[in-house]
Design a protein around this ligand. Sequence first.
Ligand code: KG4
Ligand code: ZN
Length: 330
Amino acid sequence: MIILGIETSCDETSVSVLKDKKILSNIVLSQINIHKKFGGVVPEVAARHHLLNLPVIYTEALKKANINPEDVDAVAVTYGPGLIGALLVGLSFAKGISARYDIPLVGVNHIIGHVYANYIAYPDLTPPFIVLMVSGGHTEILKVEREKIEVLGKTMDDAAGEAFDKVARILKLGYPGGPEIEKIAKNGDPNKFNFPRPMINSKNYNFSFSGLKTSVLYTVKNFKDSIPTADIAASFQEAVVDILLHKTFKAARDSGINKIVLAGGVAANSRLREKAKLLGIKFKYDILIPPLEFCTDNAAMIAMAGYYKLSEGKIDSLDLEAAPNLKINP
Ligand code: KG4
Ligand code: ZN
C-alpha cells in the first residue's frame, strides 16, 4: 500500500511517500525566509507560495521514492486546522490526484497528524501515552488511547510558540522567536526575573500565556536603556517550560499513564527537552522526544495518520471542505 501525504496548512509545503508504514520520501520546503521580513506568516503570501511550489515538491517526492504517479494507492491530505488559503491549495491538489488516478482521498486533521509523527519516530510506541503538543498555532495536552484521542487541556489564549514569537518581538529579536530566545537565553540567568506562571496551580490542564507576555512587556518598559535581554529571555523561557511541564506531568499522573511524548515546533527548545528528561528521571516517566524533522510540520506524519485512517476503512469524498478551525473531536 503506497500512500501519498500532502501538508500545506501553514508555511511548510511538504509531500511524502509512505509504503507500508515505511517512509520512502518526505520533502519539506519551508517558507520561513519569505515570511521573516514581515515578522510572521502572511496567509496570502503562504498560499501563493504553496501554489507555486507544491507541483515541484510532488514531483520531487515521487522521484526520491522512485515511484510513478500511477503507483500511488491513496492520497492523504491535511484539511484543517490551518490557514484557509494554504489548506485549499493542498486539498485541491489532493482531490485532483484522487480524481485523476481514481484512488481514495483521506482527509487528515493536522493535530492528529502531529500525534502520528510519534509512530514514525518510535515504531514500537503503543498507546496509552500523553502528548504535549506545542507549536506556533497549538498548545494542547492529549491523552492517546487505542482508538481514541482526548484533549485534556489547551491554551486559553496564545499558543506557546506564539508567546515565544511575541516576546521575541518585545525584546527586538528576530522571527521565529523561539530559536532566538533560546539562543540568547543561554547567556542569561533564568532566576533573575520571577515572571508569573499563570494557571500553573489550576485544577485543570489548561494554559494561559498572555499574562506572562504582558509581564515581560512591563518589565522591559521599566528599563530606560540597557535592557537585560538575556536575563529576561532566560527567565521567560523558564516560566514557559515550568508551566508546560507542570501541567503535562499532572495529566500523566492523574491519568495513571507513564509515557509522555513531546511534539510540535516548541519541542525543539533545548531547555524544554532537558527539563522534561530530568523530571522524567525524577518522577519515573518515559519521556519520548521525536527528532526535530518529525516535530515540525511535515507530510510524512500526514501520510502515517492517513494510513491508519484508511486501515479503519475511513475515506472521504471529493466534497471534503477545508476546515481552518477543525477540532480534534469535531
Ligand atoms: O510546529 P511548528 O514548526 O509550526 C506550527 O506552528 O505548526 O512550530 C513553530 C513554532 C514557532 O512559534 C517557533 O517560535 C517555535 O515553534 N519554536 C521554538 C523553538 N523552535 C521553534 N520555540 C522555542 N524554542 C525553540 N528552539
Ligand atoms: Zn503543525
